[in-house]
Design a protein around this ligand. Structure first.
Ligand code: C2E
Ligand code: CA
Ligand code: CA
Length: 700
């Protein structure tokens, strides 16, 4: 079909049928109007696109009528009159009109209307519905992605990798760069920023492009140089074209201020004790590791010192946890001020502290000097929450490298030395010795054996009778526990009671002794009392009062035949709770005896605290009775004082007739000792008056 065939003048009559057939086969719609806006011709695609019928739309049909038909068919949504006027005006001025016809069913037709001379025109119509939909979809996707990118909590900046002009900047990017995207897009950093800032940006870009890999950096924000209140983490990614050439340079910049701060805080918390702010075990171990490295490199020796507050538990128990916490804080402060800046103080938990000591000069001397300084400081009164507290400290020292090659070994060595200091009477320091390790091992083995012993019934109770000094007749017996250890024979309580107390095993063991003693005593003459030793540990763990009551009920022993022997450590630090327990025990009807009287440093003051029924003068005074006049004087004073307070006195450890004679002269009422009777099992007890042989030994 030639152009002349179709574009003949409108008044030339209808085109030949062959030309019309060709027009009808076109997928494009086509229509021609004369200067009077009447249809000259249109093809089949045109009619189909607009839902028109060849019967009504014919040559000579006015444009207005055709538009009305289109409106009815729903294929034209505009105003008919306006459309007619607009087309005629544009054609008259010789312009081409491009427009989109949208139909009610969302089809889109692109229309190009061009003048063809003499006021006539021709229009072509392309159905671009699918294309339009694709474009719409794309726009929606782009809008969606723009929205997503804008809301990413990071600055996203995309540049052309070749000319480094900004292509895309999201909201955070605008904020980070300090400029709006309008001011950035299409420009280079040099065109926007100060020379200094532009140089930083360009250098980063060049580095990313040349090293060909992702870059990361942390820096303060660009437009606030020198401000390090904000931490930035940036990545640059090269996006390449099909040929592998850099196409885009993508920068993702995150504000990591909060993350860095949290991480720092977590690291701090993981390395410090929350209560005192001191280093914790983790940090101490790290510092010891560093000190060991220095020791290897430069030969710098150092010491690890462990410290335990004496009697912290009783302060905590009697004055409450806030005071306990206050004491720990005060202790931490005192420790810090008594150390040098390079030393590290740590709290390992509870009332246990550790010091990493670096020093100049002699290691041993420096360690001892520090230990003495600490003992001095902790020997003074602490003012905590309105209370005056005296605590004291026990200290263990270990020297690197002599006592260990790593942190664990050194801490363990110091711990063993600390154990020695504590078991040696507290408020002192000890330096690690290799033998302590062996002792710890045998202590551990003993502990395991002890636990089994209770289960396997290896304990026995022996009884040592107490005698009236006046009549020499027995008036009671003290229950003394014995451990018949297989393959070892008898183990003395002096060896295992301290360990049983430390491990808490004394609670079930003590209960077993009590029940056995009560049961055995029911078989004795009614004037015979039974005395049972009670450890301070039984006061704080377990329910002592209930245990005693139930032992009496179960055995049927009258309460007035039971005596409980306690030592003054039960009353240390005005322990109100223990005083209450003692009162409850006494109200059961049992007698309370103060054992080992005179060995503590304020024995007399305890007599005011509780109405004891009896005191037992310690063996150490009795054994020196005949040789030292001061001991005799002390024993006399105790007996006289007790008599004034209506307290019965027993003397223990009486081994000679001379001692017994002196005690009788001093007015002591009861005596116990090898001279009178050794401890024996219940079935071997005799209840007759003691016969004392020529050499002063008990006949039994
Ligand atoms: P203690 O309560 O002061 O017991 C007296 C200790 O002195 C006993 O030692 C006894 O055998 C010993 N003894 C008695 N007469 C003489 C003497 O004339 N000369 C000498 N040198 N010693 C004498 P034992 O049985 O070895 O007990 C030692 C400590 O073990 C006791 O001291 C007591 O503190 C503790 N103990 C013993 N049995 C028990 C118990 O069942 N429970 C508790 N908690 N502690 C116990
Ligand atoms: Ca005793
Ligand atoms: Ca005693």
């Amino acid at each position: 079909m030639s152009e002349e065939d179709v574009l003949q003048p409108p008044d030339a009559g209808p085109p030949p049928a062959s030309a019309m057939l060709a027009l009808d086969n076109m997928s494009q719609g086509l229509a021609m109007f004369d200067a009077g806006a009447r249809l000259v011709l249109c093809n089949a695609s045109y009619l189909r696109m607009y839902g028109l019928s060849a019967d009504t739309v014919k040559r000579g049909c006015p444009l207005r009528d055709i538009l009305e038909l289109k409106v009815r068919a729903g294929t034209f949504l505009g105003d008919v009159d306006q459309a007619v006027d607009r087309i005629r005006a544009k054609i008259a001025s010789g312009n081409t009109i491009r427009a989109l016809d949208e139909s009610i069913d969302q089809r889109v037709v692109a229309v190009v209307t061009s003048p063809i001379g003499g006021g006539a025109w021709m229009s072509t119509h392309d159905d671009i519905t699918e294309y339009a939909q694709a474009v719409r979809e794309l726009n929606r996707t782009k809008a969606f992605l723009d929205n997503v990118i804008d809301h990413v909590p990071a600055a996203i900046i995309v540049k052309d990798a070749v000319n480094l002009r900004y292509l895309l900047v999201n909201k955070n990017g605008e904020e980070y760069l300090g400029h709006s995207r309008d001011a950035l897009v299409g420009r280079t950093a040099q065109e926007v920023f100060s020379p200094d800032a532009a140089e930083i940006i360009s250098a980063n870009d060049r580095k990313a492009l040349s090293t060909n890999r992702l870059q990361t950096y942390e820096s303060p924000p660009l437009h606030r140089p020198g401000d390090d209140s904000q931490m930035i983490f940036g990545k640059k990614i090269i996006v390449r074209d099909q040929n592998g050439q850099p196409d885009y340079l993508l920068s993702i910049i995150e504000d990591v201020t909060e993350r860095v701060r949290t991480a720092k805080q977590l690291t701090y918390q993981a390395h410090h004790d929350a209560l005192t702010g001191l280093a914790n075990r983790v940090l101490l171990t790290e510092r010891i590791g560093e000190a060991l490295a220095r020791l290897k490199r430069r030969g710098d020796r150092f010491s690890v010192i462990l410290l335990d507050l004496d009697h912290f538990k009783s302060v905590n128990d009697s004055l409450g946890h806030p005071v306990g916490d206050g004491l720990l804080k005060a202790a931490a402060q005192k420790l810090q001020t008594s150390l040098r800046e390079d030393d590290v103080v740590a709290r390992l938990g509870g009332d246990e502290f550790a010091i990493l000591q670096v020093f100049e000069g002699d290691q041993r001397e420096a360690g001892i000097a520090l230990a003495n300084r600490i003992l001095d400081v902790f020997g003074q009164t602490f003012e905590v929450g309105g209370h005056k507290v005296v605590t004291g400290a026990s200290i263990g020292l270990a020297f690197a490298p002599d006592h260990g090659g790593n942190a664990d070994q050194l801490i363990k060595a110091a711990d063993l030395a600390l154990y020695r200091a504590k078991s040696g009477g507290r408020n002192q320091f000890c330096i690690f010795e290799p033998s302590m390790e062996a002792e710890a091992h045998s202590r551990h083995a003993l502990e395991i054996d002890l636990r089994n012993a209770l289960r396997q019934g290896e304990f026995e109770v022996h009884y040592q009778s107490l005698f009236s000094v006046a009549t020499r007749r027995p008036c009671g017996a003290e229950a003394l526990v014995r451990w018949r250890k297989p393959l070892h024979g008898m183990v003395s309580p002096a060896q295992f009671i301290p360990l049983a107390e430390e491990t808490g095993l004394i609670v079930p063991l003590g209960e077993w002794v009590l029940r056995t003693a009560c049961a055995d005593a029911t078989g004795w003459p009614p004037e015979m009392k039974v005395s049972v030793n009670v450890s301070p540990v039984q006061f704080c763990k377990g329910d002592l009062v209930e245990t005693v009551a139930s032992a009496l009920v179960d055995s049927g022993l009258p309460p007035e035949r039971l005596e409980l022997e306690i030592t003054e450590s039960v009353l240390l630090h005005n322990n109100d709770e223990n005083l209450a327990i003692l009162a409850a025990l006494k109200s059961l009807g049992v007698s309370i005896v103060l054992d080992d009287f005179g060995t503590g440093y304020s024995s007399l003051s305890y007599l005011k605290l509780f109405p004891f029924d009896k005191i037992k003068i310690d063996r150490s005074f009795v054994s020196e009775l005949s040789d030292r006049s001061d001991c005799a004087a002390i024993v006399c004073a105790i007996i006289n004082l007790a008599r004034a307070l209506k307290i019965v006195t027993t003397a223990e450890g009486v081994e000679t007739r001379e001692q017994l004679a002196l005690l009788r002269a001093a007015g002591c009422s009861i005596a116990q000792g090898y001279l009178l009777s050794r401890p024996v099992i219940s079935s071997q007890m005799t209840f007759a008056a003691a016969e004392i042989g020529e050499r002063g030994d008990a006949a039994a």
